[in-house]
Design a protein around this ligand. Sequence first.
Ligand code: GDP
Ligand code: MG
Length: 162
Amino acid sequence: MLPVVALVGRPNVGKSTLFNRLTRTRDALVADFPGLTRDRKYGQANYDGYQFIVIDTAGVHGDEEGIDAEMAAQSLRAIDEADVVLFMVDARDGITAADMGIATHLRRLGKKAYVVANKIDGIDSNAARADFFELGLGDVHGIAAAHGRGVEQLLQECFDPL
Ligand code: GDP
Ligand code: MG
C-alpha cells in the first residue's frame, strides 16, 4: 500500500498546482477562481523517488454553508483517508480566519499535519514562514509549488520519518 497524502487548505493557496507538480499532470483545475475544483481528486505521485497517492481537495472556507459545506465535507473525508496531511497556506496572505479554523480542526483531529506555506517565490520566505507558527501546528515548510522550490525537502520531512 502506498502512503496517502491529502492536500487541504482554503481555496487559491495552490493545492491543485502542487497536485499537478507531484503527479505531473495538468488534470487538476488550476485557476484564479477560488473553489473551482469541487471534488476530491486522486493521483499517483512518483517524485524524487517518493511514491505515494495524493488527494487534491476543493478547499475549506471559514463559514461552511451550501456548496462550501459540501467542499468542507470532501476535505474532511480526504483527511480521514490520509496518512499525511499537507495543510497549505498562502505565504503572501499571512494567516486568515479560515486558516485558523482549519488549524483548530486539525489539532482536534490529532492527525499529523505539516504546515506548508506556498508562493514563497519572490518574497522573504523566513519572514513569511514565521507568521504561521501561530497556527500551533509546529514547523512551517516554505515552498513554491509553481516552480518546485522546497518540494523535495518537504517530501523528505514527511516521508523519511515514516
Ligand atoms: P487551489 O485553489 O488551492 O487549488 O489553488 P490553485 O492551485 O488553483 O492556485 C491558485 C493560484 O495561485 C493560481 O493562480 C496559481 O497559479 C497560483 N500559484 C500556485 N502556486 C504558486 C506559487 O508557488 N507561486 C505563485 N506566485 N503563485 C502560485
Ligand atoms: Mg484547486
